[in-house]
Design a protein around this ligand. Structure first.
Ligand SMILES: [Zn+2]
Ligand SMILES: [Zn+2]
Length: 216
């Protein structure tokens, strides 16, 4: 199991990074990315600390932990600049907090995110055809989430991704230890979103490919 979207106390998660990693390891996870919520107030504070702890945890050898960010509620016109800044500061994986239907995320966030140098558009909500086409063209992963609320629109994301051949990735968006679902539950959530077993296997493979890319 892999979760490339998690939160520690450096944003609104419950655990410090070391415990987050240990809890996910105990739940059977082999790799995760710590992707705390960032805006212009905290990007330079959070990233060096997450990078340091990720390198120490990974060095121990039992689980791979990658430093990342989730650009959250930043004005759409400022997302591209923030993604570039995150890379410069050493983020290995860049997510944007997409237009979930359960939060008033600024309209235009999905499109601005997909025009930026990002890896994953998290919980993209009622993503449009134009946006999904762009995701497919740019190789940005669209997220299927196991998180309550955000998961309401998984079915829509699946249908759109299938239509325009965009790649999917499943994440927990874990904020606490109970959020690391079993592979059985992840599979059930994916099936409930309308994915076939073949598509689910391809989605899990996307996470593995991403981890391989991050290890280089
Ligand atoms: Zn989010
Ligand atoms: Zn998140």
């Amino acid at each position: 199991m892999i979760d490339l979207h998690t939160h520690s106390i450096f944003s609104d998660g419950e655990l410090i990074p070391a415990e987050l990693a240990q809890r996910s390891f105990a739940a059977g996870y082999k790799a995760l990315a710590i992707t705390d919520h960032i805006d212009h107030s905290n990007i330079d504070f959070i990233l060096p600390r997450i990078i340091k702890v990720c390198s120490k945890i990974t060095e121990e050898g039992k689980i791979k932990v990658f430093p990342g960010v989730e650009i959250t509620h930043v004005a759409p016109a400022q997302i591209a600049g923030m993604a570039d800044e995150a890379r410069k500061l050493g983020a290995k994986i860049v997510l944007v907090h997409g237009e979930t239907i359960v939060e008033p995320v600024p309209a235009g966030t999905n499109l601005a995110a997909l025009k930026s140098a990002i890896d994953i558009l998290a919980h993209p909500g009622l993503i449009t055809e134009e946006e999904v086409k762009l995701a497919a063209e740019k190789g940005v992963y669209l997220e299927i989430t196991t998180r309550r609320g955000h998961a309401f629109s998984n079915g829509h994301v699946v249908q759109m991704a299938r239509k325009f051949k965009a790649n999917l990735i499943l994440n927990n968006d874990a904020h606490a230890s109970a959020d690391f679902v079993s592979s059985k539950m992840a599979t059930s959530i994916a099936r409930a979103a309308g994915l076939t077993d073949e598509e689910i296997a391809a989605m899990f493979e996307n996470s593995q490919n991403m981890v391989q890319k991050l290890c280089v």
